[in-house]
Write a protein that binds this ligand. Structure first.
Ligand code: ZN
Ligand code: ZN
Length: 254
């Protein structure tokens, strides 16, 4: 009934993984996609697809915070991992000038390489863009050869980025922030994103939705995010579950 499009179940926070999976299934999460932030987590995400076949899928890539680990060797191995049939996306990739843990040029170079790779392999890109909207738009414009597919995950942009995403046929995914009391700006974005572009994610273990804020997040909390999105858009919870599942299937071919 739901697809969790962005989890980090490779992280040590999930030592109770079998229970996490049990709760996700009980919460009607039919599929989980694990996103990666470096080579090691990419390897682990692929391992999880073998441990939970037809339930977990993987995205492989290097997060902008880890962009300095993008070497020729790590890039080649990520490309090899991406040929696995259960790898359904390249990511995370993108730009993060908020925490700005890596020089902008290094983040941008890695982002460009992954956008090219995603198109070469015909896989969608999971794009992390924070406080870097102008450069994100410019680089996607420059690197999109016409067959870029992807999603802006944990969306924190504005109208302009929503407009751009819609024009480029990219998807927009919302996480637990949409439930936070003070996040009216995020809910304003939810209103402006067409249903046909919308995806759900937790980005767990981070950013638990209310009423779990401050605790570890997990895929079973997707319905709390979906419910708030349904209220914000004035449609039924079933409708949000249906369209976001269809959108995720369309994008990730799961
Ligand atoms: Zn991210
Ligand atoms: Zn993430």
């Amino acid at each position: 009934m739901y697809i969790e499009t962005h989890a980090h179940l490779t992280m040590p926070e999930f030592s109770d993984l079998p229970l996490v999976v049990e709760r996700a299934k009980a919460a009607k999460i039919d599929i989980i996609i694990n996103a990666s932030f470096d080579l090691e987590s990419s390897r682990q995400a692929v391992e999880l697809t073998k441990r939970f076949p037809r339930y977990m899928y993987a995205a492989v890539g290097i997060h902008p915070h880890d962009a300095q680990t993008m070497t020729d060797e790590s890039f080649v191995e990520i490309k090899q991992l991406a040929s696995n049939k259960d790898v359904v996306a390249i990511g995370e990739t993108g730009l993060d000038y908020y925490r700005n843990l890596q020089p902008k040029e290094i983040q941008q170079a890695a982002f460009r390489k992954f956008l090219v790779l995603a198109q070469e392999l015909d896989l969608p890109a999971i794009i992390h863009a924070r406080d870097a909207q102008e450069d994100t738009i410019r680089i996607i414009h420059e690197e999109n050869k016409g067959n870029l597919r992807g999603v802006f995950h944990c969306f924190s942009g504005d109208d302009k980025l929503i407009q751009f995403a819609t024009e480029q046929a990219l998807y927009i995914s919302f996480a637990g922030m949409v439930t936070f009391m003070k996040a009216d700006n995020v809910r304003e974005n939810v209103k402006n994103v067409p249903l046909s572009r919308l995806l759900l994610e937790t980005d767990c273990p981070y950013l638990s939705p209310e009423p779990f804020r401050g605790k570890r997040n997990e895929p079973a909390y997707i319905p709390y995010i979906a419910k708030r999105i349904a209220e914000t858009k004035g449609v039924s919870l079933n409708e949000i579950a249906r369209v976001t599942t269809n959108n995720a299937k369309e994008l990730f071919k799961v």
